[in-house]
Design a protein around this ligand. Structure first.
Ligand code: BGP
Length: 469
């Protein structure tokens, strides 16, 4: 396969059509937008006066043909999509799949193939069936592993001759950012009380996800030995604030939270540092020998990851803490880096460092399946969107990736920036936090024609991809 130049999307952020053709309700369908609340909130009662952005999103469900035509015009040779589990098994625990849901993805994948765009398919991207969260407690319940396995087997069988590249779960490591309840909810279907996360429960939930992910790798390889199945980790690079050795020690927990996930998925066992941590915290996971064997047998073929930013940690208590809107970043301000309008640091060199760290550790192919700049884009008087800031962001990140490949010898499969077109932001539920190459006319109140407009970055990426061929 040649290098993959494309972009990424996720079903619940772009498709809309949340209750169409038999689709069930997913955990992301009952979240408010931060327009109405500072943080996104879970509304189990489905109040109709609260605006649920993913209900319509950017209506990709109905517009995918025109949108894919635009992606093809850009010259993309690949596109990361995700399947909405709820289109295929509306509640998650059914025996029989919903044919209309399966057919939708058949049509979508065929449309991509028509333009020689390789689909890279995420099996679960933050939208598990709500029923599995409310009736079973989400991923902390091991029964969910079996439901997920049944879902994976169904879609593998259905698309085995059309799809080669798969990603199992999106960013399991987000479970550990439980100060922000939204993340364990989206990732693990855990409905937590404020400030009341039980760490043991978080790790148990992750363990069940790792087992399900490894099982998905095993099943996938049985169904089609050519499948390439990867993990997907949200990678935030961590720097020590100074050359004080204690600042480096301060980075250990953050690194361990990241590497413990990639270690399990790429090596197939829990590293000693995490076992020691559990011992200290008196955390006892419920695991079986069979599950540990599944982890071993189900190591991934490649490591997918998202990269947006880095954070800087200090051992000193007297330094001012950096704050970002979604409470995702920890640590202190880094004077060498600028930040996005949402407080996410912009650190292209960090991408080269991440690629090196991952490759040194695993010697497995790496795949950048998300990277991008969330910004407020304005339509200028000339009707165009002059997003030179996004062009710079992407150009700089690509340059660093190329250094990692050419100078450092890192094996990279592709670069799929976030996002192919403007879609709903996962952390804030907003439309105004835009990442796309294609502008979508919709505002945070849900108004707008949904018209698509090519941004300057669209033309830039088109030319860039052409030069690579
Ligand atoms: C990743 C998620 C995506 C995405 C992206 C940008 O962690 O996998 O779904 O949305 O972050 O984040 P946001 O939309 O919150 O700006």
């Amino acid at each position: 396969m040649k290098f993959m130049w494309g972009a990424a999307l996720a079903a619940h952020q772009c498709e809309g059509a949340w209750d169409v053709d038999g689709k069930g309700v997913s955990v992301s369908d009952i979240l408010t937008s931060s327009k109405h609340n500072q943080n996104r909130e879970i509304h189990l009662d489905m109040q109709s006066d609260v605006y649920y952005p993913s209900h319509e999103a950017v209506d990709f469900y109905h517009t995918y043909k025109e949108d894919i035509k635009l992606f093809a015009e850009m010259g993309m040779n690949s596109l990361r999509i995700s399947l909405a589990w709820t289109r295929i098994f509306p509640k998650g625990d059914e025996e029989q799949p919903n044919e209309k849901g399966l057919q939708f993805y058949d049509d979508l994948i065929d449309e991509l193939k028509k333009y020689d765009i390789e689909p890279v398919v995420t099996l679960l991207h933050n939208d598990m069936p709500l029923h599995l969260a409310t009736a079973y407690g989400g991923w902390k319940n091991k029964k969910v592993i079996d439901f997920f396995s049944h879902y994976c087997e169904t879609v593998y069988e259905r698309y085995k001759n059309k799809v080669t590249y798969w990603l199992t779960f999106n960013e399991i490591n987000n479970m550990l950012k439980y100060e922000y309840q939204l993340l364990p909810y989206l990732s693990g279907g855990l409905i937590l009380d404020e400030e009341d996360a039980d760490e043991g429960e978080i790790y148990q939930t992750m363990h069940n996800q790792f087992v399900a992910s490894a099982q998905a790798v095993i099943t996938g390889h049985r169904i089609n030995k050519n499948f390439q199945i990867g993990s997907m980790t949200g990678f935030i690079l961590v720097y020590p604030n100074s050359c004080n050795p204690l600042d480096t020690i301060e980075t250990f927990p953050s690194y361990r939270n990241l590497f413990f996930c990639t270690d399990v998925q790429a090596r197939g066992y829990y590293p000693t540092y995490i076992q020691k941590y559990w011992e200290r915290k008196n955390i006892q996971l419920n695991t079986t020998e069979e599950e540990m064997q599944i982890l071993k047998d189900g190591v991934v073929d490649y490591l997918g990851f998202s990269y947006y930013m880095s954070e800087t940690l200090s051992a000193s208590k007297d330094v001012e803490k950096k704050k970002d809107a979604a409470k995702i970043l920890k640590g202190v301000n880094n004077p060498y880096l600028e930040s996005s309008q949402w407080g996410w640091t912009v650190d292209p060199v960090g991408l080269r460092i991440v690629l090196n760290k991952l490759y040194e550790r695993y010697q497995k192919p790496l795949f950048i399946v998300e990277c991008g700049l969330g910004a407020i884009d304005e339509v200028s008087e000339d009707g165009k969107i002059h997003d030179d800031y996004r062009i710079n962001y992407l150009k700089n990140h690509i340059e660093e990736m190329q250094k990692a490949m050419e100078i450092d010898g890192v094996e990279v499969m592709g670069f799929l920036p976030w996002s192919a077109m403007d879609i709903i932001s996962a952390s804030t539920g907003e439309m105004r936090k835009r990442y796309g190459f294609i502008y979508v006319d919709k505002d945070d109140d849900g108004n707008g024609s949904l018209k698509r407009i090519r941004k300057d970055s669209f033309y830039w990426f088109k030319d860039f991809i052409k030069e690579q061929n």
